[in-house]
Ligand binder design. Structure first.
Ligand code: BGC
Length: 764
């Protein structure tokens, strides 16, 4: 290391005076950071600037011997030479300290690394999968959950998460629906904001806040036919009105980074898509953070047939606005030459490096590169009681009661003989779901454990046939068992003569997630057969679903008295499920994604556009000439926003304060919600509108507001929403966000199949 140069660099910062930049108080502070970035850039060689734009995966046992050969040796040398700006998948204080030490103490300028990791739903202590959390509709709880994840991850040395994933998806075949907030743009935007605020906190320079990353920009969730990494067919209106708003919400919430995507949009891979990354994100929205590529997505432009070779891919990506290269080796190997050959302007490199350095300054890494590396804190925080309590709270809120037609639930806590059936019931790994890279197998509270801990009932467990063979991992597909029926009869025997049978069925933990697209949305393996066989010996079944995506459970819905959607709820799964089944907690979750009746209906979503031939009285439904299937209804199994409670709610007296509003005015929507059942409970009341005619066809319904209302039995409350012209805006045929005059309907209710309706007009 050249100590004198490093001294100059330190001096430059000292002269400028370091002030924590994340305080929102004034812009002057921000510009100080920019000055520091400029001062530092002036000291950097072209190669060092490009180094900041290079991100490597953790590459050797960082605290072990120095790698001598192969990829690891190259990465190690690059790191020592100041050619690495970030690493991912290095975690644990000891390991992070070791790589940070090389960057800070052995490179010429001592620029600290930013350490990234997929902190997706909790870290070591897992919260419910993001789709499950979205089912809570509880923005404060979701924010708190992201906050806890940041607290735990930062204690392990991490300072940047690749979350939230804000991809809207309408296709349950796509395995990554588990990682997002579901199908709705409005709900998804609010959740995006909550998650960004949770991860980043009020002060990014604190030791327990981390930079967030809105991903995958853009349209990854629209993979054609739900097939992972597939092309997308997205028209400009869908892009603007449906896909981009959650990204914009993340940007407005101050998200520091974006990640681009594997897919192409309009024939251009997102990574090489200047329209998305430069025109929309950086110019139109004024995003000041940096964009990281997805894993290897720069070089994947070769396979896409968009780049000739990796050098060409580097040229396309930098020109299109990708600032950091995750694991393509494209920037580190080719950018300097591209600049020297005059193919890429050095200003593009300066801008990208500046964006990255700025976030490092904002995190306070220049102040103290080891600020996330406190071993005592690591010991104290990881797996702490507080984090477990937070995970349990979030898990209970995420559960959705899908059916309880005979009020079989909640169950009594004593005196019952219960059979618990299903391979997933004693599984301590599957409830952790996918994207749980920092957690250990076998650490979730299983359903059996939860049930036993919460009651003195007599519980018999029979797994039935194994759902899968082998040990599930994040990376490889394992075999679903469709041969070995061992355990079938034992399960039937266990079910006989019991007061209640709790069947825990669904997907194993890695059956959804990245690379886990599938076309069968029914219960995998022998589970459906087992369910029907058990039903023949005992109909008093509570089905507990454990899954990472909507499944087609029509038979269960048609036949069983009670169904509970318990997703993959994380470390505290079994406790949360037990508290709901025993009535310690009255469920209030609502589905953030439509459950189809049949995979052939997919993509299916509540806010579809009308065709010219909807089912109306104008069309004789006895003819075939309207938009429908001949062999199944258009209706889903469970609609978006659906979810029951142990109590019941009624909606009455919908009133609008006026029948028209102008662009400056507003209308107050009021209605009465009443708890008409026997339990205190919470209801997520939902407000939808329909724009009846517009310059671009609008959906039949769009969510525009929701509130969580708690009521005691017999209690009523008047609930209000306000509609103004902002509520009615969309990206119009004029290519801008605006409200168009015209006629609207307004709906309220407890799901997207709303119960009350009225109408109003927007006038000039
Ligand atoms: C995923 C990203 C993730 C990255 C790093 C990719 O395969 O698409 O969402 O952040 O890997 O782990």
């Amino acid at each position: 290391m050249n100590k004198s140069v490093k001294f100059i660099h330190i001096l430059a910062f000292t002269i400028l005076g370091f002030v924590s930049c994340n305080s929102p108080k004034n812009q002057a502070i921000k510009s100080k950071v920019d000055q520091k970035v400029d001062a530092l850039l002036n000291l950097m060689t072209l190669e060092e600037k490009i180094g900041q734009m290079n991100q490597y995966n953790g590459f050797w046992d960082v605290t072990g011997p120095t790698p001598k050969n192969g990829n690891a040796a190259k990465k190690y040398q690059d790191l020592k030479n100041g050619l690495v700006g970030s690493m991912l998948n290095v975690r644990g204080v000891k390991n992070v300290k070791a790589v940070q030490k090389i960057a800070v103490e052995e490179t010429r300028l001592g620029i600290p690394l930013i350490i990234g990791f997929d902190v997706i739903h909790g870290h070591k202590t897992l919260a419910p999968i993001p789709l499950a959390e979205a089912a809570s509709w509880d923005l404060e709880a979701i924010k708190a959950s992201a906050r806890n994840a940041a607290i735990e991850a930062s204690a392990e040395g991490i300072n940047w998460t690749f979350a939230p994933m804000v991809d809207i998806s309408r296709d349950a075949r796509w395995g990554r629906v588990m990682e997002g907030a579901g199908e709705d743009t409005y709900l998804g935007s609010l959740i995006a904001k909550a998650r960004v605020e949770g991860f980043q906190g009020n002060d990014l320079s604190a030791h327990n806040t981390i930079a967030a990353c809105a991903k995958h920009f853009a349209a990854y969730g629209f993979a054609e036919a739900g097939k992972e990494y597939n092309t997308t067919e997205v028209n400009p209106s869908t892009l603007r009105n449906t896909i981009l708003p959650p990204f914009k919400a993340a940007k407005d919430a101050g998200v520091k980074t974006f990640m681009n995507a594997f897919n192409d949009v309009d024939g251009k891979p997102a990574t090489g898509n200047a329209h998305l990354q430069r025109t929309i994100l950086k110019e139109e929205w004024g995003f000041k953070g940096f964009v990281v590529s997805d894993w290897g997505s720069i070089k994947e432009m070769i396979a896409h047939g968009y780049a000739k070779d990796n050098k060409h891919a580097a040229e396309i990506a930098i020109k299109a606005g990708s600032d950091m290269d995750m694991e393509s080796y494209a920037y580190v190997n080719h950018l300097a030459k591209l600049v020297k050959d005059g193919k890429v302007k050095e200003t593009l490199i300066n801008q990208a490096a500046a964006r990255i350095l700025k976030v490092k300054f904002e995190l306070g890494l220049f102040d103290d590169p080891y600020k996330y590396c406190n071993e005592e804190r690591e010991k104290k925080v990881l797996g702490s009681k507080k984090l477990h309590a937070g995970a349990l709270n979030m898990a209970k809120k995420s559960i959705v009661l899908l059916k309880n037609s005979t009020n079989l639930l909640p169950l009594k806590k004593q005196g019952l003989n219960i059979a618990v059936i299903g391979d997933l019931a004693d599984d301590k790994t599957s409830p952790l779901g996918s994207w749980r890279l920092a957690s250990e197998d076998n650490t979730a509270i299983s359903v059996i454990e939860g049930l036993k801990a919460h009651s003195s009932n007599n519980i018999t467990f029979a797994s039935g046939p194994k759902l899968y063979t082998g040990t599930p991992t994040f990376v490889k597909e394992i075999k679903i068992n469709n041969k070995d029926k061992t355990g079938f009869n034992e399960a039937l025997n266990a079910a006989k003569n019991k007061d209640v049978v709790i069947m825990v069925l669904g997907e194993y933990g890695f059956q959804s997630g990245e690379g886990r697209s599938r076309v069968n949305l029914g219960l995998p393996s022998f589970q459906q057969e087992l369910l029907e066989a058990v039903y023949k010996v005992n109909q008093n079944i509570v089905l507990v679903m454990m899954n990472g995506r909507p499944l087609t459970i029509n038979w269960a819905n048609d036949n069983l008295p009670s169904i509970v959607e318990a997703w993959q709820l994380g470390t505290q799964s079994g406790n949360a499920i037990a508290q709901v089944l025993y009535g310690d907690y009255n469920p209030s979750g609502k589905l953030p994604m439509t459950f189809p009746k049949h995979v052939g209906q997919v993509p299916i979503y509540y806010n579809y556009k009308n065709t010219g031939r909807p089912k109306t009285s104008d069309h004789d439904a006895n003819t075939v000439f309207w938009s429908h299937y001949g062999d199944i209804s258009n209706e889903p199994l469970y609609e978006f926003g659906y979810g029951l409670s142990y109590t019941t709610f009624t909606y009455n007296n919908l009133k609008l304060s006026a029948k028209s509003l102008d662009k400056k005015g507003n209308i107050k929507v009021t209605f009465t919600l009443k708890n008409t059942g026997n339990y205190k409970g919470k209801e997520v009341v939902q407000l939808y509108i329909q724009d009846l005619y517009a310059s671009i066809i609008r959906p039949v319904k769009e969510l525009k507001g929701f509130k969580i209302i708690a009521l005691k039995p017999g209690e009523s409350k008047e609930v209000n929403f306000t509609i103004d012209s902002k509520t009615l805006e969309f990206y119009t045929a004029n290519n801008k966000w605006e409200a168009e005059v015209g006629a609207f309907k307004v709906f309220v209710g407890g799901s997207s199949k709303t119960s009350l309706v009225d109408s109003f007009e927007l006038i000039d």
